[in-house]
Design a protein around this ligand. Sequence first.
Ligand code: KG4
Ligand code: ZN
Length: 334
Amino acid sequence: KPDYLMLAIETSCDETSVAVVKGGRQILSNIVSSQIETHRQFGGVVPEIASRKHVESITVIIEEAFKKAGVSPGDIDTVAVTQGPGLVGALLVGIVAAKSLALALDVPLIGTHHIAGHIYANQLIGDILYPALALVVSGGHTELVLIEKEGQFRIVGRTRDDAVGEAYDKVARALKFPYPGGPHVDRLAHEAQDEVVLPRSWLEPDSYDFSFSGLKSAVLAEINRSRMKGETPDFSALARGFQQSVIDVVTGKAMRAAAEFGVRQLLLCGGVAANRGLRETLTALCREANLPLLIPPHVLCTDNAAMIGAAADLKWRRSEFTSLDMKAEPGFSL
Ligand code: KG4
Ligand code: ZN
């Protein structure tokens, strides 16, 4: 059934999201309810509060997704849900909702990997050419994933400490921006007249791993040094220096891996893919290297259920369904 209807649910962190996807590619609705306002006062996501907020909103968001798509529950052919990784209590809310719906509607359930979702968000905007390399950059993840064939993932590099988005948020806090601060640092970096040049963390010459905690500390040290001298730190020059270091290393490693593994396409995904400097630099480098690049629009880069539907489509086409006794997998591996 090529134009089958899927209900997809994502609740792994602080977004309650439900989508109706037709034929694995066409988004009929993709409702995202963010809890950011609630978590902002704590400077980050509080797991217990996240679970409770998901419980409060999940049924409302499911109804909204059906309504916006103009379909009724009886039309649905399958239910997909994020199984992990993520916050266990948050994941459970989506999983319980998905299981209940699958049971009530007597349709198959498909458990999906959150990162596979970020990667396959690209399938909603174009065709993926294999082998492909995905640069996954979000608040919780920083990974270079080689996809030899559809659904066959190999992590060739990952962060050894902070995720890129996490480093952005920590630096943003030092620059007095509210959570999540990534977009503020991005904007400030673009407005900057000067740049405080900061170190690049390349690690071992042949490594595709990342490390951002040293860079974050370098920003804090620069702020302290200025204050000790009685000067006002130049926040915009620091933002620029931080952003340039991140972009150099992240795009440098992605391009080197793309060449080494001979991929036919590069995919950028995750919330930090919204970063203007990162998009521009990667676009220019790929054009130079004659390498096709896909970057989803912003709404499909940050956590959303349509991307979970896109990843679940791979399993639907192979009739790889998940049993109703499926559990949340907070440390799910790709
Ligand atoms: O993928 P996402 O929505 O949530 C996770 O799964 O983590 O990513 C959120 C992260 C936050 O850390 C946020 O600060 C960062 O993405 N972010 C950005 C930008 N927009 C969002 N970081 C840098 N520049 C941006 N423009
Ligand atoms: Zn995510």
